[in-house]
Design a protein around this ligand. Structure first.
Ligand code: SF4
Length: 253
């Protein structure tokens, strides 16, 4: 099984962002000449102190745009990018990515906030981010978590979706995509995954994805989104990989 590799090293050259592993970090010049920096914030959570830092970076009349993936997009002049990256780091914030890694993890408010919730979403988003931020992947990989079947995060429209069930369990879907000209709903892999097995299960899905993309590299090219890999390998390969892991007793986190 392919081992997961991570890389969160990139360089801002003064003109563009560069990363040797191929991850596209979210620092990009816009059509109007400003530079957009997307701030990683799993579940869309920022502390008051972090929000203040973002406001300082853009300045009083500057703009922060909230994105559909629960991130803050800072719009700043190019000459301020290097200083902004230092300010983000000092505030414990990391830059999000656009391609070839796990995108900012979307999660609804979940347990403790939403009265409908069946389980935790935000802490799980944080843990998944800690484990998989900067993982080198064949293309974009979007994860979404909903706290109940009202499904405010649209888990079937993500590459990997988790939905809380009662008693600390989660259902897992894979292979969805919300964007592009052919949006797709993902397929249900399994219900009843214990919370402490979620991270190993996600890891196994990523490993299976990487090895499948490698196997069908010639046909898939270098933008192999998960649903395209599943079309080649078959869904059963992914389902079996998860079932095997769970039957062998996955390593608890
Ligand atoms: S998915 Fe359920 S728990 Fe999450 S915000 Fe919506 S209603 Fe609340």
């Amino acid at each position: 099984m392919t081992e997961l590799q991570r890389d969160s090293n990139y360089q801002w050259t003064g003109e563009a962002v560069e990363c040797t592993s191929g991850i596209h970090w979210a620092i990009a010049e816009q059509a109007n000449g400003t530079v957009a920096i997307i701030v990683n914030s799993p579940g869309g959570i920022l502390t008051g102190k972090q929000v203040r830092v973002l406001a300082e970076i853009v300045g009083e009349d500057g703009v922060i745009k909230n994105t559909r993936r629960m991130t803050s997009l800072l719009l700043i002049p190019k000459e301020k990018v290097a200083a902004a990256l230092e300010q983000l780091q000092a505030a414990g914030l990391r830059v999000a990515n656009l391609h070839k890694s796990v995108r900012n993890i979307a999660a609804c408010p979940g347990k403790g906030f939403s009265p409908n919730s069946r389980g935790d979403t935000l802490e799980l988003a944080r843990m998944l981010d800690e484990e998989f931020y900067g993982t080198i992947l064949p293309w974009d990989f979007k994860i979404g978590i909903s706290g109940c079947p009202r499904n405010c995060t649209g888990v079937q429209c993500q590459d990997l979706g988790l939905m809380a069930e009662p008693r600390g369990k989660y259902s897992l879907w894979i292979g969805g995509t919300e964007s592009g000209m052919s949006p797709k709903h993902g397929m249900l892999v399994l219900k009843g995954i214990p919370r402490d097995q979620v991270i190993p299960v996600v890891g196994r899905i990523l490993e299976t994805y990487i090895s499948g993309a490698e196997e069908f590299k010639e046909e898939l090219g270098n933008r192999a989104r998960l649903y395209r890999v599943i079309e080649k390998t078959g869904f059963e390969r992914f389902k079996k990989a998860v079932e095997e892991l769970l039957s062998n007793g996955a390593v608890s986190k």
